[in-house]
Design a protein around this ligand. Structure first.
Ligand code: ATP
Ligand code: MG
Length: 578
């Protein structure tokens, strides 16, 4: 490709709303352009890299035995009503009507459509297992589109769905998909982790996410140093260090704590370790239909611990999404301001985290403004109704697998695999005849990779201060030839042209920067680094003086003078063998 006739849409400055490296670089290197919030056009360089990522995913999916299909983006509401997600999905679902006033949506995912397809096409257990996949545009009206294509409203996903006669078969395919995903991310050279995950609104039980490690990641993942435990922080469990054992005191005291209302100020005032305090958080409960109610629920945690909202939202009786009670509601119902709440004589449903279970002689609020109890212990009047895990694990905790230290890192979720069980086959009546001729619901799995997000994650892990460092597998081009000062020497243009043609005959994907003197050498050098082409060859009057050109490896920065007579061999050894 000759740059003089190519849309190399690089820009000097990144826009103010670009916060993370991949977003900035994708805009600056001219890979994407924003059309509207969360909607992007793919420019020629970006599209090439995207196609390569897509092809790697396709190759590995084909190897797994999955069948590629393509389902409509526009989906009839009736199917979503069958699965009950039409009402469950909320504003993230793009909804539309056709000219006859019928309801449709733009697919955010395709469980309903594939289940409908398979229930119509398949009838016998002998046809199973079956795995289908597609690589296609998805639509989600995200509350907060951000980081460019990382969280956009239109994005490309590889989504796969599997159908089974029994759980055993689903387990097998799940394992194959786990391996397939690992192969994909491994081939892309990514530093990633697979972690146990929450299955969220898609449903089902077993689920794993694949995260690319990056400080800009929106998720936090927890794993033990020996790799035996890995989970998304949303559901991660860990062993907590307990305070030293001591003798239980018989008497508690009620003391003035004045304006000290936070755990921090109480521990300072009373010179007590936060591990020996209890904090009381008040949230809204839910009624029988799962609607928000004004009957409040108390969550009790050790003072040095934080609440894990996802865990709390899963508790029966706690309204999801979690909503903290307002100061006004607390004062109306409990008669105290937030900073002096405590479990003793608190007449609402109380859920204690395991961290407070064995505590003795602790400090807690007294439900009287400006006063706390010290040396409090669990008793008939100071008790809880239920014990649960609602704690966010912390770095000093140890793994539940083997007490090994745990690490918490940020990750970008690039893939998610689920065992759906019969969630969709039941609501949509997708059954099949088993070996005894009995009608049985199919077991299902679903498996997603965010292709566009995956590309951004590759950049997030592969860049330096000058620009992108494409892994060669997905680099839009492998070689860029710079024509420098072509107007100063009669040889520069013919030599670079012939080198360009030679590279093309060697099947090397090559760019030739043949722009004339209006584009300065400095700009050509800087742009070649920004767009991250792995190999660069400079043809200039200076290099041609001794019949050579200069090769630079973008990754290592290594520069090599190569004689023109040896260039073909050099290209074969350096560029092609990669
Ligand atoms: P997230 O928690 O990031 O919103 P999700 O759990 O909603 O992701 P899934 O429904 O599991 O995502 O979709 C499969 C994959 O699609 C995700 O692992 C992610 O890589 C990608 N993906 C999801 N939402 C977006 C988005 N808005 N923009 C780009 N990629 C996305
Ligand atoms: Mg989402």
């Amino acid at each position: 490709m000759k740059i003089s006739n190519y849309l190399l849409a690089t820009v000097k400055e990144s826009p103010a709303d670009a916060e993370i490296a991949s977003h900035k670089l994708m805009l600056r290197a001219g890979l994407i352009r924003k059309l509207a919030s969360g909607l992007y056009s793919w420019l020629p360089l970006g599209k090439r890299a995207l196609s390569k990522v897509t092809n790697i995913v396709r190759e590995e999916m084909d190897k797994s035995g999955a069948m590629e299909i393509c389902m409509p983006v526009v989906q009839p509401a009736e199917l979503w009503m069958e699965s009950q997600r039409w009402s469950q999905m909320g504003p993230e679902l793009f909804r539309l009507k056709d000219r006859n006033d019928r309801n449709f949506c733009l697919g955010p995912t395709h469980e309903e459509v594939i289940t409908d397809l398979v229930r119509n096409e398949y009838s016998s257990y002998k046809q199973l297992p079956a795995i289908f996949y597609q690589i296609q545009t998805k639509f989600r009206d995200e509350r907060r589109p951000r980081f460019g294509i990382m969280r956009s409203r239109e994005f490309i996903m590889k989504d796969a769905y599997s159908f089974h006669i029994n759980q055993e078969s689903l387990n097998e395919t799940y394992k194959v998909m786990h391996e397939t995903y690992s192969n994909i991310f491994f081939r892309l050279g990514l530093n990633f982790r697979s972690v146990a995950a929450d299955s969220g609104s898609i449903g089902g039980s077993t689920s794993h996410e694949f995260h690319v490690l990056a400080d800009s990641g929106e998720d936090e993942i927890v794993f033990s140093a020996d790799g035996k435990y890995a989970a998304n922080i949303e559901l991660a469990e860990a062993n907590l260090e307990s305070p030293n054992k001591e003798e239980v005191k018989n008497d508690f005291s009620l003391i003035d704590t004045g304006a000290a209302t936070s755990i921090d100020s109480i521990t300072k005032l009373l010179r007590v370790d936060a591990k020996k305090t209890i904090k009381t958080l008040i949230v809204h409960g839910e009624d029988k239909e799962g609607n928000i109610s004004n009957s409040l629920v108390a969550l009790l945690l050790r003072g040095d611990q934080e609440l894990n909202i996802t865990k709390a939202e899963k508790l029966k009786g706690v309204y999801s999404p979690l909503k903290f009670a307002s100061d006004q509601l607390i004062s109306e119902q409990i008669g105290v301001a937030v900073g002096s709440l405590g479990p003793k004589d608190l007449d609402i449903y109380k859920i204690a985290d395991y961290s407070v279970e064995g505590l003795c002689n602790f400090v807690c609020g007294s439900n009287t403004d400006g006063k706390h109890f010290t040396d409090m212990n669990w008793s008939e009047n100071c008790s809880y109704d239920e014990i649960a895990d609602v704690r966010r694990v912390q770095e000093k905790d140890t793994s539940i697998a083997d007490r090994c230290p745990i690490e918490i890192k940020r990750g970008i979720e690039v893939g998610h695999i689920f065992q759906l069980g019969t969630k969709y086959s039941e609501s949509m009546n997708a059954s099949i005849l088993d070996s005894n001729g009995k009608t049985t619901l199919m077991q299902m799995g679903c498996f997603g990779i965010g292709i566009t997000r995956l590309l951004a994650s590759c950049i997030e892990q592969n860049h330096d201060e000058k620009g992108i460092l494409w892994p060669s597998l997905i680099a839009p081009f492998h070689l860029i030839i710079l024509q420098i000062d072509g107007h100063k020497s009669a040889d520069v243009i013919p030599v670079s042209e012939s080198l360009y043609n030679k590279s093309l005959t060697l099947n090397i994907e090559t760019m030739l920067d043949d722009r004339d003197k209006k584009t300065s050498p400095g700009v050509k050098f800087a742009e070649s680094e920004l767009i991250g082409i792995p190999h660069r060859i400079v043809v200039s009057p200076r290099t041609l003086k001794d019949n050579s050109v200069e090769h630079t490896n973008r990754q290592t920065g290594k520069e090599t003078r190569v004689c023109l007579s040896e260039i073909e061999q050099f290209l074969k050894e350096t560029v092609i063998t990669e």
